[in-house]
Design a protein around this ligand. Structure first.
Ligand code: NDP
Length: 488
């Protein structure tokens, strides 16, 4: 490089050429029906809603809205299929699940593009994280299907029956995989409802399930809004509800099934503490902070949305973080350069913007990089707040967007106290070169998942779930089989 070039000028002139993922290989229908009893059928009331591309707010397709009559049909189909499916050998069930996993892999590109189009997440993430992990979940639980007696030695695990599964919009296909794969491996049949704003990949999965030859009625996928979810929850012929979503709806579901025989697992909100000690590898930690809060636009229940930095390195970490935020690329989800895509819906954007206003009004000091946001669509610049304290709402409440609240600490006891001062208990991260500190903190922090010198790492073999208002029950790993079996 010419030494005479001013470094700042060079940095300012640095731009990326667009690198859009091609979309000509994907097929999206104009209208999607309900997947019940192995067939795609129109909803009884013939109501449809629009699914929107959040990066343009343009309509992608019409999606069927299931009413109570459709929920009844789906539950009936699942009940009818239960006897046959649960009496198949584990080995036979495993074959179908392996087939679904392989079909997802074969169509991974198509799934990745549709996930980014419908949900707004960067193609880099849907391509490299969501879709491979979804296939991984099916592979992993296919392997367990004929080994349940090893998973539960000296006990005799039996399936629960028909399970109702309700999933959110932040990881649409991955959450469907988290729910469907262990339920199938253990011999249950399923009625699943994806979130209203992101139904398309669940419906693509239904196409794959149909193609796999899975016996009809074993998996039913019905689309609709909260009302449809509520009808699943309250259906008398459902044996278990598995829900991932907001703590508010989780509480409603818990009340709704109280006093019934239904089993329940809830994977709810979070406000993860990401803790940086002075002896941490600072540059890696800064990358870790970015990944913890800006991954998937911050629409992550286990996001590291509360950052705690040891006082002696706070100025350095915050400066490096601000520099790094300047280089984050916000924009077209289908561009392979994009780091932060579109906010999933107008409603969620309003929620995030409202929290940013609250943060400023409560006296927090805001920082946003000078990034150019596209004109159309739902966008939010990566945001951080300093000068906040434990009582600030942006420190206590789940924002579910790219907004980070930063506090400092001096001692280990202080940071444990602060990190645990939350109604949630889903995730945490600890950055230090000292192993003993990691072990000490992992014992003291009330969180279901604690990462050491990394953040937001997922694996099908590893259990995931929360404490307190983050819910109960585990998904993933051997632990993820347990909520789907009973012992007689
Ligand atoms: P919800 O909890 O409302 O949505 C999750 C799922 O539950 C969706 O499929 C939704 O359907 C369905 N649902 C909604 N109401 C009911 C009901 N009464 N009975 C049964 N199912 C229902 O989350 P939102 O989409 O409204 O997001 C609101 C906030 O929740 C976010 O700002 C975020 O803080 C948090 N959230 C947390 C998630 C997590 O993983 N921890 C995931 C998603 C949101 P539909 O979408 O069609 O309305």
């Amino acid at each position: 490089m010419n030494k005479n070039i001013d470094k700042n000028v060079f940095q300012a002139s640095w731009t990326y050429d667009e690198a859009p993922e091609s979309t000509d290989h994907i097929q999206i229908k104009k209208q999607y029906e309900l997947f019940i009893d192995g067939k795609f059928i129109p909803p009884v009331k013939k109501n449809y809603f629009d699914t929107i591309d959040p990066s343009t707010n343009k309509k992608i397709a019409s999606v069927a809205e299931a009413s109570l009559e459709d929920v009844n049909k789906a539950v009936k189909a699942a009940r009818k299929a239960f006897k046959g499916w649960s009496s198949l050998t584990g080995k036979e069930r495993g074959k179908y699940i392996f087939r679904i996993a392989r079909l997802i892999q074969e169509r991974a590109r198509e799934f990745a593009v549709i996930e980014s189009l419908d949900g707004g997440k960067p193609i880099r993430e849907s391509r490299d994280i969501d879709i491979p992990l979804a296939a991984n979940h099916f592979f992993y639980y296919a392997g367990w299907a004929d080994k349940l007696t090893y998973a539960f030695p000296n006990r005799s695990p039996k399936p629960l029956g028909v399970v109702g599964q309700i999933i959110p919009w932040n990881f649409p296909l991955l959450m469907a995989a988290w729910k469907i794969a262990p339920a199938l491996a253990t011999g249950n049949t399923i009625v699943l409802k994806p979130a209203e704003t992101t139904s398309l990949t669940a419906l693509k999965l239904a196409e794959i399930i149909q193609e796999s030859g899975l016996p009809k009625g074993v998996v039913n996928i019905i689309t609709g809004a909260g009302e449809t979810g509520s009808q699943i929850v309250n259906h008398p012929d459902i044996n278990k509800i598995a829900f991932t979503g907001s703590t508010g709806v989780g509480k409603y579901i818990q009340k709704a099934i109280a006093g019934t025989q239904k089993k329940l697992t809830l994977e709810l909100g979070g406000k993860g503490a990401n803790i940086i000690f002075e002896d941490a590898a600072i540059d890696q930690a800064v990358e870790g902070i970015v990944n913890a809060i800006f991954f998937n636009q911050g629409h992550v229940c286990c996001a590291g949305s509360r950052l705690f930095v040891q006082e002696s390195v706070a100025d350095l970490v915050i400066q490096k973080l601000k520099n790094r935020m300047e280089s984050l690329h916000v924009g077209n989800p289908l561009d392979k350069n994009t780091d932060i895509g579109a906010i999933n819906s107008k409603k969620q954007l309003q929620t995030i913007e409202n929290y940013i206003r609250i943060g400023v009004n409560e006296g927090g000091e805001i920082y946003q990089p000078k990034c150019k946001l596209p004109k159309e669509g739902n966008w939010c610049a990566p945001t951080l707040f300093i000068n906040v304290s434990q009582s600030h709402r942006i420190v206590q409440e789940e924002i579910f967007g790219p907004v980070l609240a930063i506090q400092t600490f001096r001692t280990i006891d202080e940071v444990i106290e602060k990190a645990n001062n939350t109604p949630f208990g889903l995730s945490a991260g600890v950055w230090t070169e000292k192993g003993s500190k990691i072990f000490h903190l992992t014992q003291k922090l009330n969180a279901g998942v604690i990462w050491a010198n990394t953040f937001n790492k997922f694996d099908a073999a590893s259990p995931f779930g929360g404490y307190k208002e983050s819910g109960f029950g585990r998904e993933g790993g051997l632990h993820g089989l347990k909520p789907y079996v009973k012992f007689e």
